[in-house]
Write a protein that binds this ligand. Structure first.
Ligand code: SF4
Length: 658
């Protein structure tokens, strides 16, 4: 029942127009610690797109609370006028806006604070083993004062309320949990004593900010560590705060520092991951509103949670990063027009984990709204005839954007399907969301009347005759012949490659490879190309041995936090990992595997060899166009190496420029 999702919800003095929140996450866009124009464009676009509530990323309340370099300044009134621009703008769209704040306790950057991080009992961080020291009572008082001061700063900035972050084992949770709180003063020991920090803080804060100001609390459940905070403990804590009216809503996410991949779950995890916990919290509270977070992707997911009573509202972050107009499209019954997030974490968490501002693989406008005026494009001044050759991600995006701007676009695709290599990736286990994205492109191209020519291998002379005003080449790449030189740093090329039973990862994903039982996969960079192929083969019952020069399997996808759960799945299926190693010779029925650490070689039997190597640019068409003097522009994997985010970004840029 989607209607329930759009029923207003009153929290304290504000009525949200719907149940959809763009929840707190570190967009990491500040400049010199101040909210930036990038922030303004980013949050405005989600308000314009219909979110009922926006929670702006956390402000660290004190110098010891800082987690990343691009966060807001701690404890500084200089942020106020900059936040004011954001809150005023968001309010213009009827969206409630909340400011998050945190102290991460033991996980703070101790070096940044010029002393050990602060925590209840001086335990090192679970995050990085950095040291912390047990807070004195004076430091507890200082921290409480800083929280209250930040709440007043948020009020002066025009926020409708604030959200305290206890989630992912931040300082508040560190006080709640007997694991991290081993104090024997009034802040530790008994349950009531462990609640004293948040109780004092919230009571003083309410007194300072007055009645007309929302106070929320963000928590997360980490199933892997019930000793630290089990769901039952979370229930007890939430019920205790609810009875005392200490906050107005609680937002329930998943994961923690021991189970990091569940904080921002990739496609390896099921949908609606946090709803089960939100439901348990909702069962024990009487007054506070409950929000579910974590992998709620589609309007159906969201509507189910709200209408079945699991939660009062939902936080959809990546869904609204991928499509800022998610809420309005859902409201207008246009779910099929929502550009789907593919739960890849490549450009959101993947960039944040490197301390860059966040963007999105499927929506390069994310973070660039202030430059590109959001996600709706200005019509072209002069409609042109545009020919795009190649229907992979770069070509699809260029064609879509050019057509949306009013150009007359033809897309020539060599095969009978769109998607190129991206489609092959979508055929790996659990990567269906990539196929959903390709389907979305297909629908958008139809809506914008792009002429699609399938099975169309256009030659240079045909392209010349077509007389387009702009020719965009996005013909992608081909399996590499020289990739071995990169894959095998110890040997110039692999002897025995011509001895048969050798296939490319593309052959496997196209289901064209004729493989024996025991298969060696050369996983060049240890990314999805090799890992997804190995997973597929293991699922099909092959005995799989992965050989990679990387230090560990999934090394290239480590920053998406998918590597650990991926390794665990491969291992459960019996895949054997040979890391820091290369295949130095193929024998047709086995391989010599050489360690790159000590050059030790070992021969192992195998029926087939699969090469998951970086591809090479397919330059056949561009060479011919150049020779024929036909003007053209090249994007995507035709300039290999390109990963999908770069291909889509190049498609977007050219679609806007043409
Ligand atoms: Fe979703 Fe990937 Fe975009 Fe992140 S980068 S919002 S996971 S599509």
């Amino acid at each position: 029942d989607h209607a329930k999702l759009f029923q207003p919800l009153t929290i304290r003095h504000k009525t949200l127009k719907n149940r959809i929140t763009f929840g707190a996450h570190t967009a990491n866009m500040s400049i010199d610690g101040l909210p930036s124009e990038r922030h303004l464009g980013y949050y405005r676009e989600r308000a314009r797109g219909g979110a009922g509530m926006i929670v702006v990323e956390p402000v660290p309340v004190h110098q010891t609370a800082v987690l990343t370099g691009r966060q807001f300044r701690a404890g500084d009134d200089a942020v106020i006028p900059h936040f004011r621009k954001i809150t005023d703008t968001v309010h213009e769209y009827g969206t409630v806006i909340i400011g998050q704040m945190f102290h991460v306790g033991a996980h703070g950057d101790w070096d940044n604070s010029f002393e050990a991080s602060w925590s209840p009992s001086g335990l090192p961080s679970m995050h990085d083993s950095d040291v912390s020291h047990a807070m004195t009572e004076a430091e507890i008082e200082t921290t409480i004062d800083c929280f209250v001061a930040q709440a007043l700063r948020a009020k002066a900035s025009g926020f409708d309320g604030i959200e305290m972050m206890a989630a992912y084992n931040a300082l508040i949770e560190q006080f709640w949990s007997p694991y991290s709180n081993r104090r024997d003063d009034k802040y530790g020991g008994s349950f009531a004593n462990r609640m004293r920090f948040s109780e004092t803080l919230l009571t003083r804060m309410r007194k300072a900010v007055g009645e007309d100001f929302i106070i929320g609390m963000a928590i997360s459940v980490d199933d892997s560590q019930p000793d630290i905070m089990s769901i039952e403990m979370h229930q007890e804590v939430a019920a205790w705060h609810d009875e005392r009216g200490l906050y107005d809503y609680v937002s329930c996410g998943t994961g923690g520092y021991y189970d990091f991949p569940r904080i921002i779950p990739t496609f390896l995890y099921e949908d609606k991951l946090g709803a089960q916990y939100a439901e348990k919290i909702r069962q024990v509270v009487k007054h506070v509103k409950v929000q579910a977070e974590s992998h709620i992707r589609t309007p159906d997911n969201a509507a189910y949670i709200v209408s079945s009573g699991q939660a009062d509202m939902v936080s959809i972050v990546r869904g609204q990063i991928a499509d800022p107009h998610w809420a309005n499209k859902a409201k207008d019954d246009r779910a099929e027009d929502i550009r789907p997030c593919i739960s890849c974490n490549q450009m959101c968490w993947g960039r944040r984990s490197r301390d860059y501002w966040i963007s999105c693989l499927v929506n390069p406008s994310s973070g660039r709204e202030f430059q590109w005026e959001g996600d709706t494009f200005k019509p072209a001044e002069q409609p042109k005839k545009v020919l795009v050759i190649g229907g992979g991600p770069a070509g699809l995006e260029a064609a879509r954007v050019a057509a949306e701007r009013g150009h007359s676009v033809t897309l020539a695709e060599a095969t009978d399907k769109l998607g190129g290599q991206f489609r092959l990736a979508g055929m790996q286990p659990r990567r269906q969301q990539i196929l959903d994205l390709i389907d979305w492109y297909e629908r958008q191209l139809q809506q914008h009347q792009v002429q699609i020519r399938y099975n169309s291998l256009m030659e240079a002379d045909e392209i010349g005759d077509f007389a387009a005003d702009a020719v965009i080449v996005a013909t992608g790449s081909l399996p590499s012949a020289t990739g071995f030189q990169r894959a095998l740093p110890m040997v110039a090329q692999m002897p025995g490659i011509d001895r048969g039973n050798v296939w490319s990862a593309e052959d496997v994903m196209r289901r064209e490879a004729k493989l024996g039982k025991r298969v060696i996969v050369i996983d060049e960079g240890s990314n999805w190309r090799g890992c997804g192929t190995a997973w597929h083969l293991a699922e099909k019952g092959h005995e799989v041995i992965m050989v990679t020069p990387a230090t560990y399997i999934g090394q290239e996808i480590q920053r998406t936090s998918a590597d650990w759960p991926l390794r665990s799945r491969l291992k459960k299926m019996g895949v054997v990992f040979r890391t820091e190693a290369v295949v130095s010779e193929w024998h047709g029925n086995g391989a010599t595997i050489t360690s790159i650490l000590d050059n030790e070689a070992e021969r192992i039997a195998a029926d087939s060899l699969v090469l998951a190597l970086a591809n090479e640019a397919n330059t056949a068409l561009t060479d011919a166009l150049r020779a024929g003097g036909i003007a053209h522009q090249v994007i995507g994997d035709s300039l290999a190496p390109r990963h999908a985010p770069a291909a889509i970004l190049e498609g977007r840029r050219l679609g806007l420029a043409v």
